[in-house]
Design a protein around this ligand. Structure first.
Ligand code: FES
Ligand code: FE2
Length: 339
């Protein structure tokens, strides 16, 4: 991975809990091949995806009685990464073998998380806001982005691109300007938009009543989370949280959870909002794919950052500080954005 990557000492989502079922699941996180499966106690386990015998991918094998069986010669491994059977040997024969390295795992909010740090897990697990609470409706999406985590996070929190990439869906060009107060804290960067009125768009027509002031906040949270809040009237609130799991320099798995309070209309709003959210995400996948192909063609990034790139400097500062094992210093800025 390049220098500009999220810190390793953190929990990352490896898969939805429902994906880790009968078959082993193959994942790459920070360029490391990982196999996930459930042990005999039904706990999700993550091991390095490599058989001790001839290096086969264990994720191409199967799960038998809570053990992972290699597809090549059938060696079996338990949830601790210990080899418990070598079928070609007489059962009495003992072979001294190391354990396959294991990643600490946890299961929460419907996802299997892995700790990618070198040391023991430190931070508590991040939770998705208002999940399963009364009055809140939720749906989730998993998207493979052909782009690094920085490009993804910047995109999810970027306003100016919405006028162009999502023309008409979120915003149309208009003469308004919006003020944002951007604050950098030790673990997050928060942009609060002041006196924002919903712009003319499909989203406004469907979900935001005309003329109602909007409370809009965008946040980047360490290590690689974006959160967007839209609240209006007293009781209506949309929260879009995206957890980025770095696969490699130019690939990211993004787990997005959309939770909203829309009273009794929750199910109806979901019916309309879900396909629309997928459509909008596909537009971002396409534009980020193009950006990545440019980064490859030109052999790296040459960015010009302006003040309306609200999060670029903050994300960079927090990641650099985390890599150095220190806390970034607080910064506050007022920025005007034109659409
Ligand atoms: S390579 Fe796994 S059992 Fe031989
Ligand atoms: Fe976008």
């Amino acid at each position: 991975m390049t220098l500009l990557a999220p810190p390793r000492d953190a929990w990352y989502i490896a898969a939805a809990s429902s994906e880790v079922a009968r078959r082993p699941v193959s994942r790459t996180i920070f360029d490391e091949p990982i196999v996930l499966f459930r042990d005999e106690d039904d706990r999700a386990v993550a091991l390095v995806d490599r058989c001790l015998h001839r290096n086969m991918q264990l994720s191409a094998g199967r799960v038998v009685g809570g053990c992972l069986e290699c597809p090549y010669h059938g060696w079996r491994y338990d949830g601790a990464g210990r080899c418990v059977a070598i079928p070609s040997l007489d059962p009495g024969v003992r072979v001294a073998l190391p354990e396959i390295p294991r990643y600490p795992t946890a299961e929460c909010d419907g996802y299997v998380w892995v700790w990618m740090g070198r040391d023991e897990p430190g931070d508590p697990l991040r939770r998705f806001p208002h999940l399963g609470e009364r009055g809140w409706t939720t749906f989730s999406m998993t998207t493979r982005f052909p782009a690094g985590a920085f490009a993804c996070l910047e995109n999810f929190l970027d306003c100016p691109h919405t006028v162009f990439v999502h023309r008409g869906w979120f915003r149309t060009r208009d003469p308004r300007q919006v003020r944002a107060r951007v604050q950098r804290h030790h673990d997050r960067v928060v942009a609060e938009f002041v006196d924002e009125r919903p712009a003319r768009s499909v989203v406004r027509t469907l979900f935001f009543p005309a003329g109602t002031p909007l409370c809009h906040t965008d946040q980047f949270v360490l290590p690689a989370t974006s959160r967007v809040d839209y609240a209006f009237r007293t009781n209506r609130h949309f929260i879009i949280t995206s957890e980025c799991t770095p696969v490699s320099e130019h690939e990211t798995l993004v787990y997005t959870v959309i939770t909203f309070r829309y009273r009794r209309l929750g199910a109806l709003v979901r019916l309309v909002f879900q396909p629309m959210a997928r459509f909008i995400i596909r537009q971002d996948v396409a534009i980020l794919g193009l950006q990545t192909s440019q980064l490859r063609r030109f052999g790296g990034a040459r960015f010009t950052t302006v003040e309306t790139d609200l999060f670029a400097r903050g994300i960079r500062a927090l990641w650099t500080a985390a890599a150095d094992g220190r806390s970034a210093s607080p910064v506050s800025d007022d920025v005007t954005i034109r659409f």
